[in-house]
Design a protein around this ligand. Structure first.
Ligand SMILES: [Zn+2]
Length: 320
């Protein structure tokens, strides 16, 4: 009997050993066998202005507090142009010191689908912001394309991808794209008109949550259909007042709807991020590109994938 027990014990050890060696190479989504969808949070741009009645330091700290409360680490994709002055430096340090990763979002935020924004401009934009973030202890070599535009033709996309690789960068892909920036724009406009009215803010919050969850469900369902598993998602939000006011509730909403919230750097370990679409399907969210490349969604994919035009009428109807 003792012998059977020790054989069993040895087998168990062997089993655990095997499991550990595979989990080292796989992202969390693959590891736990796709029991629920997973989402991580990424923030673009980095604004150093006072917004509505909130001073820059105050609303920035509100975003950081929401993340800290959930013990979550995000990735902050920053433009370089407004990070060299005192406020810009303070902004970078505030994120870096809280353990969030700081990544590259170009220097001046050009649209690389525009003919005038060449691949050599891309190279200088990449390097200028790299020189600002690379000395931060939490600086990482991920690049997020402004407007998610990688280039308007195959040759340019290839050339840009080559420059990324030479500089040891990879694409900081978005899997869930949305228009939080548009809700934020309308929210600030309303505060300007009527002041900070609690009842009004609540209406914007309700719309914001519904919109983000709707887009998250859309990309998750599309991704599940294609990949047959729950991937680690990277949600695109912006460093804005809407995040400062609503992020805490948004995180709770994800959890209430059965999502697991994870750190953004962990999310990027998912193998989905190695599934790079060919250069003629570049741009938009990664899931959108993969779906487009499959050729199975030509009738259902809208273009642009996300834009204020889809939310405008809904917000007008609600008086937002
Ligand atoms: Zn941006």
């Amino acid at each position: 009997m003792k012998r059977i027990q020790s054989i069993f014990f040895l087998l168990l050890l062997l089993f655990i050993g095997c499991k550990n060696s595979t989990s080292k190479q796989l992202g969390k989504a693959e590891k736990i066998g796709a029991v629920k969808p997973m989402v991580s949070f990424t923030f673009d741009d980095g604004n150093t202005s006072d917004l509505a009645n909130f001073q820059f330091e105050e609303w920035n700290n509100m975003i950081l507090s929401h993340l800290e409360k959930e013990n979550l680490k995000a990735i902050f994709f920053v433009t370089g142009r407004n990070k060299l002055d005192e406020k810009g430096q303070l902004l970078l340090k505030s994120w870096n010191n809280k353990g969030h990763k700081i990544a590259n979002h170009s220097f001046t935020h050009p649209n690389f689908n525009s003919e005038k924004n060449t691949s050599s401009l891309f190279e200088s934009e990449l390097k200028r912001t790299d020189s600002i973030i690379s000395n931060l202890s939490n600086g990482i070599k991920l690049f997020r394309f402004p407007y998610l535009k990688e280039g308007q033709n195959q040759a340019k996309v290839d050339s840009i991808r080559n420059i990324l690789a030479i500089n040891n960068y990879v694409n900081g892909y978005v899997t869930i794209d949305a228009s939080d920036w548009f809700v934020d724009q309308r929210l600030r406009q309303r505060i300007k008109e009527v002041g900070f009215e609690k009842a009004e803010i609540e209406k914007f919050k309700a719309f914001y949550m519904k919109h983000i969850m709707e887009r998250a469900d859309y990309y998750e369902n599309l991704s599940y259909e294609i990949n047959q598993r729950h991937i680690n998602h990277t949600l695109l939000l912006h460093h804005n007042l809407a995040s400062a006011l609503f992020l805490g509730d948004l995180i709770e909403e994800f959890k209430a709807k059965g999502w697991e919230v994870i750190n953004a750097e962990e999310a990027y370990k998912d193998q989905i991020f190695e599934n790079i679409p060919s250069s003629d399907f570049a741009g938009e969210s990664l899931i959108y590109s993969i779906a487009k490349q499959s050729g199975n969604y030509d009738q259902t994919l809208r273009y642009p994938a996300e834009d204020s035009r889809y939310e405008k009428a809904k917000m007008n109807a609600l008086g937002l």
